[in-house]
Ligand binder design. Structure first.
Ligand SMILES: NC(=O)C1=CN([C@@H]2O[C@H](COP(=O)(O)OP(=O)(O)OC[C@H]3O[C@@H](n4cnc5c(N)ncnc54)[C@H](OP(=O)(O)O)[C@@H]3O)[C@@H](O)[C@H]2O)C=CC1
Ligand SMILES: O=C(CO)COP(=O)(O)O
Length: 336
């Protein structure tokens, strides 16, 4: 039987990494809007703008033609940043065959609507089964072939199982879940907390501080996630605790780096120019606070990130402010 063809939209670090893994299992096409990136992917099997000279799977093919990419797809994987999702999906809509399943790799929320990206997919492409693949997955480490794991969440468990086989490898272990909300919210929120952890690291606050911020962030993330409809246990899994550990500690994390640099006195503009890649937590920080207000969840750590990113609060005030608050019961109540 012919294997389903996979198309990945988004030629950045993560879209490229996932496409390279999928190519081991089936014919895979990567859509990138940049023609030079496409040429390099097809001729040299690298994507040097995002992944240096790391070798990609030699059978991976790329195109800059969105119609070609979408009309041949049996499975569509969405790997562009959150701010681009609605526009890219709208352009893709006319070319996609009915019922093609869509898997989002996106760890962000739509600004303005506060929507999860799978909800944006369902709005733009009604009738298509949709899920999300999230976990502690630093793109370059996956391409380098270090072992890693993620969770593929879809409402239909059988469909998740068949996509699991297409998107995993011996070294990239994809688990399944039906908790789309939990997995997706965890993936978006952890970026904001990685910025908070970066504040501590940038101020050279030490290992205990980092562990405190990560652990209390997990509480905060879980409380909002549950209020939004996610299952509590999801947040102690790969997309919750797992991704918090990776993103809050990795020198490769772009969100953590934003926090470190802000603490060192750099401006967001300077940091964006240095990074040249997306750090979703910057845009998500205000959306997370809107969601926290909407669901009546007190989120002190996220609040401080929002204050620094969007309201010019110095990073040092953030720490002093948080430490002024008395701790309460570890697992009950709203205090951070
Ligand atoms: N990198 C990682 O380790 C991981 C990332 N993710 C998530 O994956 C998503 C994608 O991130 P990532 O690949 O890292 O991002 P990168 O910054 O590495 O790349 C972004 C990609 O999106 C493209 N792009 C940007 N804007 C548009 C647009 N308007 N239309 C079409 N294409 C666009 C860029 O194209 P161009 O080059 O032409 O600008 C580039 O190919 C994010 O939500 C991120 O949080 C999830 C897990 C791991
Ligand atoms: O999502 C990621 C790791 O799981 C990548 O994190 P950054 O976007 O902070 O680099």
């Amino acid at each position: 039987m012919r294997q389903p063809k996979v198309t990945v939209l988004g030629g950045g670090s993560w879209g490229t990494a996932v496409a390279s893994v999928a190519t081991r299992n089936t014919e895979t096409l990567l859509w990138a809007r940049d023609a030079d990136t496409v040429t390099e992917l097809n001729e040299r099997h690298t994507n040097s703008r995002y992944l240096d000279d790391l070798p990609l799977h030699p059978r991976l093919r790329a195109t800059a033609d969105l119609q070609e990419a979408v009309e041949t797809a049996d499975v569509l994987v969405l790997g562009v940043p959150s701010h681009a999702c609605r526009a890219v999906l709208t352009e893709a809509a006319d070319h996609l065959r009915p019922w093609v399943p869509i898997v989002s790799l996106v760890k962000g929320l739509e600004q303005g609507t506060r929507s999860r990206i799978t909800d944006v997919v369902s709005e733009v492409l009604p009738g298509h089964p949709v899920g999300v693949l999230n976990g502690p997955n630093i793109a370059r480490e996956i391409v380098q072939g270090y072992a890693a794991a993620a969770t593929l969440a879809m409402p239909d468990h059988h469909l998740a199982q068949s996509l699991q086989r297409l998107l995993s490898s011996k070294l990239y272990r994809v688990y399944t879940s039906t908790d789309v909300t939990g997995v997706e919210v965890a993936g978006a929120l952890k970026n904001v907390f990685a910025i908070a952890t970066g504040f501590g690291d940038g101020l050279e606050a030490g290992d205990n501080t980092r562990a405190m911020v990560i652990t209390r962030s997990l509480r905060e993330l879980s409380r909002l996630g549950v209020a939004m409809g996610g299952q509590e246990r999801t947040f102690s899994g790969l997309s919750g605790m797992g991704d918090l550990i990776a993103t809050c500690t990795s020198p490769h994390s772009r969100n953590r780096r934003v926090g470190v640099r802000l603490a060192q006195g750099r401006t967001l503009e300077e940091i964006a120019a240095e990074l040249k890649q997306v750090a979703e937590g910057v845009k998500s920080s205000s959306v997370v606070m809107e969601l926290a207000d909407h669901h009546g969840v007190d989120m002190r750590i996220a609040h401080e990130v929002d204050a620094v990113i969007n309201h010019g609060q110095p990073v040092e005030h953030t720490y002093r402010g948080l430490l002024r608050e008395a701790p309460s019961h570890e697992f009950h109540g709203d205090a951070w």
